[in-house]
Design a protein around this ligand. Sequence first.
Ligand SMILES: CCCCC/C=C\C/C=C\C/C=C\C/C=C\CCCC(=O)SCCNC(=O)CCNC(=O)[C@H](O)C(C)(C)COP(=O)(O)OP(=O)(O)OC[C@H]1O[C@@H](n2cnc3c(N)ncnc32)[C@H](O)[C@@H]1OP(=O)(O)O
Length: 207
Amino acid sequence: MTTRVYRTDERHLLGEGEVADRAGLAAAVRELIEAAVLTAAPPADVRAATAEVEAATARLRTARHDLPPLAPPEAGGMARQLANPVGGALNPIAPPVAIAVLPDGTARAEFTLSAVHEGPPSFVHGGVSAMILDQLLGVAALANGTPGMTARLDLRYRRPTPFGVPLVAEGKASGSEGRKTFAEARITGPDGRVTVEATAMFVMPVR
Ligand SMILES: CCCCC/C=C\C/C=C\C/C=C\C/C=C\CCCC(=O)SCCNC(=O)CCNC(=O)[C@H](O)C(C)(C)COP(=O)(O)OP(=O)(O)OC[C@H]1O[C@@H](n2cnc3c(N)ncnc32)[C@H](O)[C@@H]1OP(=O)(O)O
């Protein structure tokens, strides 16, 4: 494995093997996060595990980049940002949300959240739903050929969103005017009822 020399203004580009290693690390840390939140192990085991985690962190910190690295491009594309906090395979805090773009431009994800995403007792935190919808709407704007920065994100929480059951998020661009793109999306529970609706406006900044 070779490590590329980089300037601080340049993102490190991982090799394919490194991407797989990092995705494995992120998946293991995601398991660790759930275990840390839900553990019922005795206090001595919690303290021993804490020391082990601190040792693992120290080992990873022996060399570091200033910014998240990028993954190599897929055929003809741009370097991929796989450390995004929504669904990024290299980011342990990312909930497991893989967004696909359908032929009609709909951005769609099927995912299951867990107790680590709890906000109100027994239900998903509204900020987690907002984060997922922001990203999904952003992907829909990108799929429309008119990406931008989120300028507005309006949410309507219709019903509590459950965790531990399959959810669907779907959204699509509804139009664009100049640098502005409008999009709408929703999260649906396993009973087919909408739990959260969102509309957003993205603005492509003037460079
Ligand atoms: C570095 C560039 C990257 C741009 C994005 C490009 C690509 C994305 C690529 C891939 C995407 C892939 C997946 C999806 C990814 C992400 C989803 C999550 C995205 C985010 O997580 S992103 C972080 C949160 N987001 C921000 O951090 C924005 C902070 N903000 C700003 O960066 C500026 O604020 C900006 C750029 C928004 C506007 O700045 P500006 O100077 O261009 O705006 P300006 O004043 O010229 O307005 C022009 C017209 O928009 C109207 N307008 C503007 N803002 C408005 C608002 N808030 N409400 C109502 N109307 C608004 C004006 O009223 C005017 O309208 P009119 O023309 O009709 O008068």
